[in-house]
Ligand binder design. Sequence first.
Ligand SMILES: [Ca+2]
Ligand SMILES: [Ca+2]
Length: 240
Amino acid sequence: MKKFTIFITLACVVMITPMALAQNWQPAGDNWIAKWWGLDLVTSTGGFNTSAGIDYLAEGSGGLISNASVSTRDGAGKTANAIVNLPDNGGALAWSIVDINVEDQLNMSTSHGHPDARDITWHGIIAIISPDERTTIMHPAHDDYAQIWINGEQIYDNSAWTGGVQEVTTPTEINLKKGENFLHFKCGESGGADYVNLHFEPTDTDLLIAPTTDNLFLDILTPVEPQGKLATQWADLKRK
Ligand SMILES: [Ca+2]
Ligand SMILES: [Ca+2]
């Protein structure tokens, strides 16, 4: 009897822990997203037009991940084991929590410890947990060439810098599903200012963004296999 109780308790802990525990989510709404799951800078790219045509993630990982795949649960999870090896573009690049200064016109450089780099490409991922299926608008700022994928599909491709780290020229409609969504923001820089920035709508304050403010990302993603079931349980718990 006692053993059985322990087993049930453990089973519950294992099943519920990943999403149900309160997390220090980054705020959404119209707040600029400051923490990303980012790759070390790709360097010596030859500029943003060249960079935009190259899938560095696929090239450097032997196809384990790609620009599109890291905007899915499967690909985002695989970044845990994916060194992106680019001998001519920075070497063995790794993923980590990356903080951007959302007011800094050089935040692609400074988020990786450089004062002002050129011919670099920045990659960052966030998870967006939505309580429902919805259509909303994302507001990206970038210098120079930004490409954005959500849930496996490219939904943004804009070679023109937006004119300021908090200036947005092309608000873009996006579809979110209930539960976990993943967004991959790639930005190529040639010279001068280099920045990335993103926020959602003022009405989107109920979206939960990871990495969390205490730097958790991979550890709080739902397990891959029972994802549907857990997402449902988590949503139910949130309602209560
Ligand atoms: Ca630039
Ligand atoms: Ca620069």
